[in-house]
Write a protein that binds this ligand. Structure first.
Ligand SMILES: Cc1cc2nc3c(=O)[nH]c(=O)nc-3n(C[C@H](O)[C@H](O)[C@H](O)COP(=O)(O)OP(=O)(O)OC[C@H]3O[C@@H](n4cnc5c(N)ncnc54)[C@H](O)[C@@H]3O)c2cc1C
Length: 435
């Protein structure tokens, strides 16, 4: 079979799978996307929240999300991108403080002047880093303590880290934390005003044109059709098994969490499967509430309080007021071994509602108009020091099988934009264009 008639299967219809398909179709290949969910979008998919179509998880866009901007341009939908002046808050030990501006830092009473200067200096230096290889080998908490001192670290980072990363807290890469600091620091209109983006209509505004692009070029998207097995013969892909049936193809590109692959591809060599298994993830249970009134004027509220077991709340409607509803997300990140993971969604939702009385003493139970909680097992890859070397190559030892997932954003943070960028690298790897 000539290269031009090669049949590609893409595993997963999140933004990375859709972008992978678009790139292949532009090069003239035949593409089938298999998605086990009943909709496209993966983590960026929407759901019907009591009559409101909204993402299962919140999404904001930063000024440095260049792969996303290029895609919006290609699809002719740049005019749907909106920017908003957003506010940040810091709820620290029972009091909500403004955050995210030089004035807020200066006025914050819980940190000495020297710590504040060290914090500001770290942000200024970090936002100019472009080569992250040195920080890749540095431990994040040690790096933060060196910059901020113990008091600065304790006040600004410790609780948030522990509620997000648990036993991984002291084994994270400084490059990974550094890119997050940089991304937010650069998403500003000026020194005094943070500016974040969103798509009018949410992520669907991007996902639907991607679907149309794919289908108009002959690509096929199969929903509710999870791949059960990648078929391999003599070390080479020969097809996939879906719903008990076999479909022949020459290339499979997986964009699902790579941890699924050893089960889907029993032919993977054991040492490669071990490298995949060594990469760990933190799941999320993300509560979403529709409220009668906003809890605060902030989009993002970090929380450090001994009586509150979530690292923050995100009042999405303070970024995107589109629907006229007040929407609040509250993520519980936790390992699956955490006792709370075994609790029902209603218990987690009630816990969040209990916290809202503290975050805003005016809050009343009848503010809650609708409630929901979504879970995703592979919500956040854990990136320890040396993660560049730990990531397995995209081209697996099986000919015709390439893979990537959100771990391959590294050192960048999780974003739709990164999925778009990684998809282009993935296609280049599958076609041998990097050599
Ligand atoms: C709480 C939270 C907050 C976030 N905040 C932001 C934000 O503010 N800004 C931002 O840009 N991004 C944010 N993100 C990240 C963003 O949603 C993701 O980076 C992006 O959606 C990842 O897309 P993906 O295609 O790479 O992976 P995924 O979304 O994980 O897609 C993988 C797909 O593979 C499918 N699949 C799995 N196994 C199989 C199988 N065997 N057969 C077929 N299909 C399979 C899955 O169903 C899924 O649809 C957030 C994510 C979370 C969870």
């Amino acid at each position: 079979m000539s290269v031009d008639t090669k049949r590609f299967v893409v595993l997963g219809a999140g933004p990375m799978g859709l972008m992978t398909a678009m790139e292949l179709l532009k090069r003239g290949y035949s593409v089938d996307i298999y998605e086990r969910d009943d909709r496209i979008g993966g983590m960026s998919a929407s759901f019907d929240f009591d009559g409101l179509k909204i993402e299962r998880y919140y999404h904001f866009i930063c000024k440095t999300d260049f792969p996303m901007f290029a895609l919006l341009d290609e699809l002719g939908i740049t005019d749907r991108l909106r920017w908003a002046d957003t506010r940040m808050g810091y709820y620290f030990n029972g009091t909500l403080y403004p955050w995210g501006t030089p004035w807020a830092l200066l006025r914050f009473p819980k940190l000495g002047l020297i710590s504040k200067l060290r914090y500001a200096l770290q942000v200024m230096v970090t936002k100019n880093v472009s080569d992250w290889r040195r920080l890749d080998r540095v431990n994040a908490t040690a790096w933060l303590r060196r910059w901020l001192g113990t008091a600065g670290y304790e006040t600004l980072w410790r609780r948030v880290f522990e509620l997000k990363f648990f036993h991984y807290t002291d084994n994270l890469s400084a490059a990974w934390i550094g890119t997050r600091i940089k991304r937010i620091a650069l998403s500003r209109r000026n020194l005094f005003q943070e500016s974040l983006g969103y798509l009018e209509g949410g992520s669907d505004t991007l996902l639907e044109p991607m679907r149309r692009f794919i289908e108009s070029r002959g690509g096929r998207i199969h929903l509710r059709e999870g791949i059960e097995r990648v078929l391999v013969s003599d070390g080479r892909v020969i097809g996939v098994q879906v719903g008990g049936k076999e479909f022949p193809c020459e290339q499979v590109i997986s964009t699902a969490p790579i941890q699924y692959l050893p089960r889907l591809v029993p032919d993977l060599p054991a040492d490669f499967a071990r490298r995949i298994a060594a990469i760990e993830n933190i799941p999320v249970a993300c509560v979403i509430l529709k409220l009668r009134h906003p809890v605060s004027a902030n989009f993002w509220m970090n929380i450090s309080d001994p009586d509150i077991d979530i690292p923050g709340v995100i009042e999405y409607s303070n970024l995107n007021p589109g629907s006229g509803e007040h929407i609040l997300y509250a993520p519980f990140y936790m390992p699956k071994t955490h006792p709370k993971w075994a609790l029902g969604n209603d218990t987690l939702i009630d816990e969040v509602i209990g916290y809202l009385y503290r975050l805003n003493p005016q809050f009343r139970a009848d503010w809650v108009l609708a409630r929901h909680c979504h879970r995703y097992e592979f919500a956040q890859t854990i990136c320890p020091p040396g993660f560049f070397a730990q990531l397995p190559p995209m081209q697996t030892p099986i000919a015709g099988l390439c893979m990537a997932d959100t771990a391959y954003y590294y050192p960048e943070d999780r974003s739709i934009s990164e999925s778009v960028g990684v998809a282009k690298r993935l296609v280049a790897a599958a076609l041998g264009e990097n050599q």
